[in-house]
Write a new protein. Sequence first.
Length: 104
Amino acid sequence: MIFEGKITFISDQTEVGQNNLPKITFILEEHTDKEFKSSIAIDLLWDKTELIKNYKIWDIIKASLNFKSNEFNWRLYNRITAWRIDWENTQTAQDSTKTDDLPF
């Protein structure tokens, strides 16, 4: 699944689990004109933590996501991870298409 949105939070890199797995979590808010926007927390694991290094808060991106569910002690847990991030800064694209009325 692909989710397009604006980055509103990027955590520091942490190490989790017995193998000290590198992890970064970021929050992506839906990029629409709706009054109440949805948001989603997305994890980046292992070498995928490098995907977010070139982005900052308020950048608009498209994230390709994977979903996984685990059961532990009769409770279910969901994990959402990204495996690809693409630049989708529509404001920059709109600015580059503007032209002046100058003849030269």
